[in-house]
Design a protein around this ligand. Structure first.
Ligand SMILES: CC(C)(COP(=O)(O)OP(=O)(O)OC[C@H]1O[C@@H](n2cnc3c(N)ncnc32)[C@H](O)[C@@H]1OP(=O)(O)O)[C@@H](O)C(=O)NCCC(=O)NCCS
Length: 140
């Protein structure tokens, strides 16, 4: 995710050690109901308890598991947890313009597009726009 080169085992270990005990992020595994395979992760990032908002990020690493509704369901479930248990009010996500499936998955989970950050990311050969999408809790 957002990395230009492969990540080593040691970097993974350092990263997971660094997030342990932090209260500004929460990670979850996405497991298939049928068989329980761990196909991806979904997480809340930059949790801001003062303004009651967080960014939602997701990856389904197993390509065979994509396009079957797991992503949008995981996004919707994590939003429910964020709203009902963590009492957050706003969940937002950045989706690149060259990733229509991700945009569609967030929209299917109830996100609304709020705007475009022009040329926000360098992909290695070009700049691409990032779309900002968000979902608000019905309860203030
Ligand atoms: C983005 C991602 C999490 C979505 O999860 P998923 O399980 O594949 O998504 P879903 O099956 O729930 O929904 C995908 C939607 O995109 C649609 N879609 C798939 N390919 C598409 C394309 N090329 N153009 C437009 N829509 C597309 C599907 O039809 C579906 O929409 P629908 O529910 O209206 O039929 C997953 O594809 C992924 O991990 N991708 C790589 C990492 C990534 O991009 N993360 C998000 C960064 S913001």
């Amino acid at each position: 995710m957002n990395r230009s080169r492969p990540i080593s085992e040691a970097e993974h270990d350092t990263f997971f050690a660094s997030i342990s005990g932090r209260d500004d992020c929460r990670f979850f595994a996405i497991e298939l109901v049928d068989g329980g395979a761990h196909v991806g992760n979904v997480w809340l990032w930059a949790i801001d308890t003062r303004h009651r908002k967080a960014e939602l990020r997701i990856v389904i690493g197993d390509r065979a598991a994509r396009g079957k509704g797991a992503g949008s369901e995981a996004i919707a479930l994590l939003c429910r947890h964020a709203f009902d248990s963590l009492r957050l009010h706003r969940i937002y996500a950045y989706v690149l313009s060259n990733n229509p499936a991700a945009k569609r998955a967030f929209q299917a989970a109830g996100f609304t597009e709020e705007g475009t950050l022009r040329d926000d990311r360098w992909t290695g050969d070009q700049f691409v726009d990032a779309h900002l999408l968000a979902q608000l809790n019905d309860v203030p």
